[in-house]
Design a protein. Structure first.
Lengths: 243, 243
DNA sequence: GAGTGGTCTAGACCACCCC
DNA sequence: GGGTGGTCTAGACCACTCT
């Protein structure tokens, strides 16, 4: 098996990562499913088990797959993950973590404004769904979210569907539209509360809020969600780690 | 080599990670140094090269070591890293990244207040150094930092030393005190500018600022720095990624 | 050419899970 | 007991860097 024919050498395990990713994009294995065993994949791709292992190791490090000793390797899912604090970085300063409750404000069909359109690789004016909601911790409204997703990828989305679903929004996107969020980038600023968010979050006008702009990506680094969260950070913080 | 004697089984490569970390703590290899080759380490630890590889792979994934094909494996350093954006997450919304300039305001010896003391595993009132500085982007002051470090680990620190040093603060800590920062946790809030920071950052009183509290750790997950940054985020953002 | 890390293989055996 | 992932080894060969 001579793949060492440079130039532009690409390791075997890297090519296998791509093949696995393509199967994920194609929906051959869906979030929560077990993928074939390492031995099966090795024989399918005609490589050694060690090479498959390395490919899976990297996908697991990216939180795309999850390994469970003795059971198998699974497609990461927002539905079954314990403590879905993975994309929710707001937490109490002290005390136990409590999952927020969500109040849906509106779901509308809109034309994408320039900002979110370009970040979602859409043309300005493309059709999107705009979701507005309020997240509350301990009964107190803390985060006002405005969420844009391309209408073409989320055909038929409406407020009743969301209201009838119990679970996180990303878990809803997975089960109803087969779109799994695997990565996100956020830009954070401190801003003054405007009239809308002041009323929703029960704060005075011009109170400082955290403004968290996010772009989330699915398999193959395809951007599929833009959102802006306005967050009242009294007794709460946005938590990050770096290394 | 039978290490598979459960209970409380610990893989060999994990034990070797610990041994390498201990050498880093002991200062056997310092930031910027090359560590011995994989073959040398394998014979020193009496394991196969593959096992050493796995240990080094994980330390490299944690940004503690840096592999360079054909050259060797090196201890990560804040001095020689290209684009030390690793612990500086504030960037312009658009345009090219420009490294900020630092203006040292004061270096004083203080008694640790309760907050930073407990986060640094010190008793309240322990001796610390308090560094205050102002970071400017494009000539405009953007971040007011207050930094606490234990006096016992930073013996002899004074403002002249910092002023005479060109380079980042963490690179200074490395070269003068042998303390390498490898990981940090941050808690972010939106707050109103008080009188001190309003003047320093040239903003009105009560303007919203980002308040970024950080605890930074060195080898062995030992906390050695607490800092609070107040940041004026007009045209700038705090950038994060998650997966 | 010598030395380093990087890739790939084949095989043995262990830890874990479930039937 | 049989299947899964997890660890460890030994060896071959490639890619990169420096001398």
């Amino acid at each position: 098996m001579n793949i060492h024919s440079s130039p532009s050498f690409r390791p075997l395990y890297d090519q296998i990562k791509i093949l696995i990713t393509q199967s994920l994009i194609a929906g051959e294995w869906r979030p929560g499913d077990a993928i074939p065993s390492e031995i099966d994949l090795a024989s399918r791709f005609k490589v050694s088990q060690g090479t498959v292992r390395k490919a899976i190791d990297e996908l697991a490090a990216e939180n795309i797959l999850i390994r469970r000793q003795g059971k198998g390797t699974f497609v990461a899912s927002h539905s079954q993950e314990r403590a879905s604090t993975r994309f929710l970085r707001i937490a109490r300063d002290e005390g136990v973590f409590e999952y927020p409750t969500s109040q849906l404000l509106s779901v509308t069909r809109e034309r994408a404004p320039e900002g979110s359109a370009s970040l979602l690789d859409l043309r300005t004016g493309a059709s999107i769904f705009c979701i507005k909601r309020l997240l509350s911790f301990e009964g107190i409204p803390r985060i006002f979210d405005e969420i844009h997703v391309p209408a073409v990828s989320f055909k038929g989305l409406d407020d009743a569907m969301i209201r009838n679903y119990t679970g996180s929004l990303y878990s809803f996107f997975e089960s109803h539209f087969g779109i799994a969020m695997i990565r996100a980038e956020e830009h954070i600023k401190a801003v003054k509360a405007g009239p809308v968010e002041a009323e929703l979050l029960h704060v005075n006008l011009d109170q400082p809020l955290l403004r968290v702009d996010r772009v989330a990506f699915t398999y193959g680094d395809r951007p599929v969600e833009w959102r802006r969260g306005l967050c009242h950070t009294e007794r709460f913080s946005y938590v990050t780690e770096m290394s």
